[in-house]
Design a protein around this ligand. Structure first.
Ligand code: ZN
Length: 207
Protein backbone atom coordinates (compact mmCIF):
# COMPACT_ATOMS: atom_id res chain seq x y z
CA UNK A 1 0.00 0.00 0.00
CA UNK A 2 1.36 3.40 -0.94
CA UNK A 3 1.74 6.16 1.62
CA UNK A 4 -1.14 8.21 0.28
CA UNK A 5 -3.48 5.20 0.20
CA UNK A 6 -2.65 4.48 3.84
CA UNK A 7 -3.30 8.10 4.75
CA UNK A 8 -6.61 7.98 2.90
CA UNK A 9 -7.64 4.78 4.74
CA UNK A 10 -6.76 6.29 8.10
CA UNK A 11 -8.71 9.46 7.32
CA UNK A 12 -11.72 7.43 6.21
CA UNK A 13 -11.52 5.36 9.38
CA UNK A 14 -11.30 8.48 11.53
CA UNK A 15 -14.27 10.01 9.74
CA UNK A 16 -16.25 6.82 10.27
CA UNK A 17 -15.35 6.95 13.95
CA UNK A 18 -16.55 10.53 14.26
CA UNK A 19 -19.83 9.76 12.51
CA UNK A 20 -20.39 6.72 14.71
CA UNK A 21 -19.60 8.70 17.88
CA UNK A 22 -21.99 11.46 16.86
CA UNK A 23 -24.76 8.97 16.18
CA UNK A 24 -24.16 7.33 19.55
CA UNK A 25 -24.35 10.67 21.36
CA UNK A 26 -27.58 11.50 19.63
CA UNK A 27 -29.00 8.15 20.67
CA UNK A 28 -27.96 8.61 24.31
CA UNK A 29 -29.50 12.08 24.36
CA UNK A 30 -32.68 10.75 22.84
CA UNK A 31 -32.94 7.93 25.40
CA UNK A 32 -32.47 10.21 28.40
CA UNK A 33 -35.01 12.69 27.04
CA UNK A 34 -37.32 9.78 26.38
CA UNK A 35 -37.02 8.47 29.92
CA UNK A 36 -37.91 11.90 31.31
CA UNK A 37 -40.95 12.07 29.09
CA UNK A 38 -41.87 8.61 30.37
CA UNK A 39 -41.36 9.73 33.96
CA UNK A 40 -43.56 12.78 33.46
CA UNK A 41 -46.16 10.50 31.96
CA UNK A 42 -45.86 8.09 34.90
CA UNK A 43 -46.10 10.86 37.51
CA UNK A 44 -49.13 12.30 35.76
CA UNK A 45 -50.85 8.92 35.65
CA UNK A 46 -50.10 8.38 39.37
CA UNK A 47 -51.45 11.86 40.19
CA UNK A 48 -54.78 11.09 38.52
CA UNK A 49 -54.95 7.64 40.13
CA UNK A 50 -54.23 8.93 43.67
CA UNK A 51 -56.68 11.81 43.32
CA UNK A 52 -59.48 9.51 42.14
CA UNK A 53 -58.79 6.53 44.37
CA UNK A 54 -57.54 8.10 47.62
CA UNK A 55 -59.21 11.52 47.82
CA UNK A 56 -57.93 12.19 51.37
CA UNK A 57 -54.28 11.62 50.53
CA UNK A 58 -52.17 14.66 49.77
CA UNK A 59 -48.88 13.98 47.99
CA UNK A 60 -46.07 16.51 47.83
CA UNK A 61 -45.26 16.32 44.11
CA UNK A 62 -42.59 19.00 44.36
CA UNK A 63 -40.60 16.47 46.36
CA UNK A 64 -41.22 13.94 43.59
CA UNK A 65 -39.94 16.38 40.94
CA UNK A 66 -36.75 16.71 42.98
CA UNK A 67 -36.25 12.94 42.92
CA UNK A 68 -36.68 13.10 39.17
CA UNK A 69 -34.02 15.72 38.61
CA UNK A 70 -31.59 14.46 41.23
CA UNK A 71 -31.38 10.92 39.99
CA UNK A 72 -30.52 10.91 36.34
CA UNK A 73 -29.68 7.26 36.34
CA UNK A 74 -31.55 4.03 36.79
CA UNK A 75 -34.52 3.23 38.99
CA UNK A 76 -35.76 6.78 39.44
CA UNK A 77 -39.25 5.50 38.62
CA UNK A 78 -39.00 3.03 41.52
CA UNK A 79 -37.74 5.79 43.84
CA UNK A 80 -40.72 7.92 42.83
CA UNK A 81 -43.20 5.13 43.58
CA UNK A 82 -41.49 4.36 46.90
CA UNK A 83 -41.64 8.00 47.93
CA UNK A 84 -45.31 8.36 47.01
CA UNK A 85 -46.23 5.20 48.95
CA UNK A 86 -44.12 6.41 51.89
CA UNK A 87 -46.02 9.71 51.85
CA UNK A 88 -49.25 7.68 51.77
CA UNK A 89 -48.12 5.67 54.81
CA UNK A 90 -46.88 8.47 57.04
CA UNK A 91 -49.76 10.87 56.43
CA UNK A 92 -51.51 11.84 59.64
CA UNK A 93 -55.25 11.81 58.94
CA UNK A 94 -58.14 12.23 61.38
CA UNK A 95 -60.17 9.02 61.09
CA UNK A 96 -63.28 10.03 63.02
CA UNK A 97 -66.42 9.55 60.90
CA UNK A 98 -68.32 12.37 59.22
CA UNK A 99 -71.40 11.59 61.31
CA UNK A 100 -72.45 9.06 63.94
CA UNK A 101 -75.28 6.53 63.92
CA UNK A 102 -78.17 8.27 65.67
CA UNK A 103 -79.60 6.97 68.96
CA UNK A 104 -82.92 5.97 67.38
CA UNK A 105 -81.08 3.61 65.02
CA UNK A 106 -79.76 1.57 67.98
CA UNK A 107 -81.46 -1.64 69.14
CA UNK A 108 -82.35 -3.15 72.54
CA UNK A 109 -79.21 -5.30 72.89
CA UNK A 110 -76.87 -2.63 71.50
CA UNK A 111 -75.34 -1.70 74.87
CA UNK A 112 -75.17 -5.28 76.13
CA UNK A 113 -73.32 -6.64 73.07
CA UNK A 114 -71.03 -3.63 72.85
CA UNK A 115 -69.00 -4.98 75.75
CA UNK A 116 -66.59 -7.71 74.52
CA UNK A 117 -67.19 -11.15 76.02
CA UNK A 118 -64.14 -13.41 76.24
CA UNK A 119 -62.77 -12.56 72.79
CA UNK A 120 -66.08 -13.52 71.18
CA UNK A 121 -67.34 -11.40 68.32
CA UNK A 122 -70.82 -10.12 69.26
CA UNK A 123 -73.82 -11.71 67.52
CA UNK A 124 -74.76 -8.39 65.99
CA UNK A 125 -71.27 -7.62 64.71
CA UNK A 126 -72.23 -7.68 61.01
CA UNK A 127 -74.98 -5.17 61.70
CA UNK A 128 -72.48 -2.98 63.55
CA UNK A 129 -70.03 -3.26 60.68
CA UNK A 130 -72.69 -2.39 58.13
CA UNK A 131 -73.75 0.73 60.03
CA UNK A 132 -70.13 1.67 60.70
CA UNK A 133 -69.43 1.51 56.95
CA UNK A 134 -72.41 3.79 56.41
CA UNK A 135 -70.98 6.22 59.00
CA UNK A 136 -67.95 6.52 56.76
CA UNK A 137 -69.93 6.92 53.55
CA UNK A 138 -68.71 3.49 52.29
CA UNK A 139 -65.14 4.78 52.12
CA UNK A 140 -61.95 4.24 54.06
CA UNK A 141 -61.89 6.59 57.06
CA UNK A 142 -58.27 7.39 56.38
CA UNK A 143 -57.48 7.54 52.64
CA UNK A 144 -61.06 7.90 51.39
CA UNK A 145 -60.88 4.89 49.03
CA UNK A 146 -64.35 3.48 48.21
CA UNK A 147 -65.10 0.24 50.04
CA UNK A 148 -67.61 -2.59 49.94
CA UNK A 149 -68.80 -4.69 52.86
CA UNK A 150 -66.32 -7.46 52.03
CA UNK A 151 -63.15 -5.41 51.66
CA UNK A 152 -63.90 -2.91 54.44
CA UNK A 153 -61.97 -3.59 57.63
CA UNK A 154 -63.02 -2.61 61.12
CA UNK A 155 -60.46 -0.84 63.25
CA UNK A 156 -60.88 -0.15 66.96
CA UNK A 157 -59.63 3.23 68.13
CA UNK A 158 -59.03 1.69 71.52
CA UNK A 159 -58.02 -1.96 70.89
CA UNK A 160 -60.34 -4.60 72.38
CA UNK A 161 -57.39 -6.07 74.29
CA UNK A 162 -56.96 -2.73 75.99
CA UNK A 163 -60.57 -2.40 77.07
CA UNK A 164 -62.02 -1.05 73.83
CA UNK A 165 -65.67 -1.80 73.05
CA UNK A 166 -67.95 -2.41 70.05
CA UNK A 167 -69.64 0.98 70.43
CA UNK A 168 -69.75 2.95 67.18
CA UNK A 169 -67.57 5.61 68.75
CA UNK A 170 -64.82 3.02 68.93
CA UNK A 171 -65.19 1.49 65.45
CA UNK A 172 -63.49 2.97 62.41
CA UNK A 173 -63.72 1.61 58.88
CA UNK A 174 -60.53 1.31 56.87
CA UNK A 175 -59.17 -0.20 53.67
CA UNK A 176 -56.63 -2.98 54.17
CA UNK A 177 -53.66 -0.68 53.38
CA UNK A 178 -54.66 1.92 55.97
CA UNK A 179 -55.40 -0.84 58.45
CA UNK A 180 -51.84 -2.13 57.95
CA UNK A 181 -50.42 1.37 58.26
CA UNK A 182 -52.26 2.02 61.53
CA UNK A 183 -51.87 -1.36 63.20
CA UNK A 184 -48.30 -2.29 62.27
CA UNK A 185 -45.68 -1.47 64.86
CA UNK A 186 -42.95 -1.85 62.21
CA UNK A 187 -41.12 1.10 60.77
CA UNK A 188 -43.18 2.47 57.85
CA UNK A 189 -40.30 1.98 55.42
CA UNK A 190 -40.52 -1.75 56.12
CA UNK A 191 -44.22 -2.11 55.36
CA UNK A 192 -44.64 -0.01 52.21
CA UNK A 193 -43.82 -2.88 49.85
CA UNK A 194 -46.60 -4.92 51.51
CA UNK A 195 -49.29 -2.42 50.55
CA UNK A 196 -51.70 -2.82 47.61
CA UNK A 197 -51.01 0.75 46.47
CA UNK A 198 -47.32 -0.18 46.12
CA UNK A 199 -48.10 -3.23 43.95
CA UNK A 200 -50.44 -1.21 41.80
CA UNK A 201 -47.98 1.64 41.20
CA UNK A 202 -44.98 -0.66 40.63
CA UNK A 203 -47.05 -2.46 37.99
CA UNK A 204 -47.58 0.87 36.23
CA UNK A 205 -43.81 1.13 35.76
CA UNK A 206 -43.55 -2.30 34.25
CA UNK A 207 -46.20 -1.63 31.63
ZN1 ZN B 1 -57.42 3.62 53.24
Amino acid sequence: MSGSALLFSLAALALLGVVFWALLQKRIQKTSQGSHVNLDFLINEIKIYIKNTYPNIVIDYQKIEKIKSKNQLLAEDILIVEDIVMQFAVQDIDITPKYYVSKDQLWSTYEEYAIPQKNKTPKDFLKRKELAIRQYGSACGRCGQKLTFSNAMTYFHKPLEEGGTYHFENIAVLCSDCNKVLTSSEDKSKIISMLNIYDYLINKINH
